[in-house]
Design a protein around this ligand. Sequence first.
Ligand code: NAP
Length: 327
Amino acid sequence: MKAFVCTEFGPVDNCAVEEIELRPPDDDQVLIEVHSASLNFPDALMVEGRYQFKPPLPFSPGMDLAGIVREVGTNITHVAPGDKVIAFSGHGAFAEMCLAPRDKIVPMPAGMTFDAAAAFGITYSTAIHAFQECGRLQPGETVLVLGAAGGVGIAAIEVAKAMGARVIAAASTDEKLALCREKGADLTINYNSEDLRKRTLELTDGRGADVIFDPVGGEYSMTAFRATAWGGRLLVVGFAAGDIPRIPLNYALLSERSIVGVFWGAWAARDVEGQRRNLATMARWFTEGKIAPVIDSTIDLAQIPEAMKRLMDRKVKGKVVVRVRKA
Ligand SMILES: NC(=O)c1ccc[n+]([C@@H]2O[C@H](COP(=O)([O-])OP(=O)(O)OC[C@H]3O[C@@H](n4cnc5c(N)ncnc54)[C@H](OP(=O)(O)O)[C@@H]3O)[C@@H](O)[C@H]2O)c1
């Protein structure tokens, strides 16, 4: 089968599309014919050897996919050959076939295309878990989303709106912010040209935001944390800007604010039922038209290096989908 293969950690240009051997599933695995997969920020880090998890070489990156079950291991009962599924494979999704572990496979919601399903899994699961289990977001609260036009950012806007919050989207260009408004953001801040803290306070009548959704890190985290209301929560989702911020704890003490870590993948492995519940909620929101992933572009396996560079250069809005085979 064809796969996009990384043979050594380093620049993505060292990876190539190659023919590789297909392995049968073990007892707890499912073999999936991949139709669409999507790019996530950690894919680029994994290829460079900068991600927290380093797969044994050679490997195919790609952790978010939609396709059709072709073979199941002896312990698998919740899906069967022929089922359309979404899978979170850890790696291996940028290939014609992918092996995924039992607990990381769910039926594809009715009415979804393979492209939308591949663009939906990780980002929307992260957003709902962040707001529900970590941030305990309440209807009527104000959420500030950083990096709001990125993959998890767009998902955060839609999920927060679906949960009844008021959303302020913050991003680096007016074009990105226009997309955020289309996806439901009530208000926007361009953090390249406006003072993030001052504008957040102005837009909340001096109170500050109740919940900050932060996949960016760097200098933005502390600025946003200081624009949090009494009892506010900073959801630490990621560090796309590269730097891991250090926040003086007096900012937490002064307004009884909390800093809450979000690690969706680890949580979903520990609370399989909770993740199933969240997916059911998201499938309902999708049917009701409340959430729908934004697809920036659709590419083939050979175009992954170019797309990964665009992602790292902040040029992607929403998700890049890799169409591995035609539907
Ligand atoms: N904790 C979890 O469970 C979890 C789950 C999924 C993803 N994540 C993490 O969330 C982060 C975002 O993932 P994503 O898939 O949404 O990525 P993405 O689509 O690339 O979005 C990241 C956004 O960050 C902003 N950004 C600011 N400085 C940047 C820089 N130097 N380089 C790149 N982007 C920069 C960009 O928006 P502007 O240009 O508007 O600033 C960009 O749109 C990643 O760190 C990822 O690992 C965490």
